[in-house]
Write a protein that binds this ligand. Structure first.
Ligand SMILES: [Zn+2]
Length: 300
């Protein structure tokens, strides 16, 4: 830490905070029909698997360990290289440590630096992917930008954005979807960034959230209250539906809620209380602590 303070003093860089900008946790777009078709197909498999486990009295679904190569692309780094590499290492460690609990592993394949201020500002995302994306669909490409590519408005920015997996019989490696596959993480959400007031998104969990999207998870509030899990909430059996994001927008987020204290869908209609610590909700990093078993199965 002393080293970090010395470095900051030497660099004499002032915080790059713009109070006019409202930051959202995530700008991941609505899943496509191709994604939803795949999700319904997977739900059918999950139901069949659950039925077979009931028959054989197995309690746990088979969850193999899976591992992903990770490639960081730093598009136009405004900071010192040494400091940036420290932040990248810490961010990767958070990803690896968090998902170790779910038997999902990562290894750092490589990281690249570019001087591309237009890409760093979220422009020409498809062209950027065509030029620098690495590996197949099993490679997690993480783009570190100043501004994510689909700003919601002139005064609104998303901290991170992810593509969703697409259901397809045949992989088309020339399709736009392939080149756009990956996760965008802004410098605002890169853990340990001392140059920005990160508010409650300061523990590096935006990347955890975005990786959940990358493996097919939706927001817990995505489809709202519906008695059938296939059509409500995030379409996962053990995540109670909710109709809106639990946290509000940065910089005035809700604080953490105790379990059982938030009920957005009617208890009279049989809905259980909201989850209050799920990575796929919009909540401050300090409150985000878990994926459910159903979400873990879905990711696998
Ligand atoms: Zn999201």
């Amino acid at each position: 830490m002393l080293f970090l303070h010395l470095l900051l003093a030497i660099l004499a860089i002032t915080p790059l905070t713009d109070a006019r900008i409202r930051r959202w946790k995530c700008g991941s777009t609505s899943p496509t029909k191709g994604f939803l078709d795949g999700t319904h197909y997977i739900i059918a498999m999950e139901k069949s698997d659950a039925a077979s486990r009931l028959h054989t009295r197995e309690e746990e679904p088979y969850l193999p360990r899976i591992s992903f190569p990770v490639v960081f692309h730093i598009l136009d780094n405004p900071y010192d290289i040494i400091l940036t590499e420290m932040m990248l290492a810490e961010q990767f460690d958070i990803l690896k440590t968090t998902f170790a609990a779910y038997n999902i592993d990562f290894y750092l394949q490589s990281h690249y630096y570019y001087e591309q201020s237009d890409w760093a500002a979220g422009q020409d995302y498809l062209e950027m992917g065509r030029q620098i994306r690495v590996g197949g669909y099993d490679t997690l490409n993480i783009y570190i930008l100043e501004i994510a590519s689909n700003k919601k408005g002139p005064d609104e920015e998303a901290l991170g954005i992810s593509s969703f997996p697409e259901w397809s019989e045949h992989i088309d490696f020339q399709a736009d979807e392939f080149w756009e596959d990956g996760v965008q993480l802004t410098l605002n959400a890169l853990v340990g960034n001392p140059f920005i007031d990160q508010g409650p998104e300061d523990e590096g969990k935006t990347l955890v959230h975005e990786f959940g999207h990358w493996l097919g998870l939706m927001h817990t509030f995505h489809h709202g209250c519906h008695p059938d899990f296939e059509h409500g909430g995030d379409m996962v059996l053990d995540t109670p539906p909710q109709y809106k994001k639990l946290g509000s927008r940065w910089p005035n987020p809700d604080t953490c809620h105790p379990p059982g204290t938030v009920q957005q869908c009617s208890a009279d209609l049989g809905f259980p209380p909201n989850l209050v610590d799920n990575y796929m909700d919009y909540i401050p990093d300090a409150c985000a602590l878990s994926f459910t078993k159903g979400q873990t199965v879905r990711m696998k």
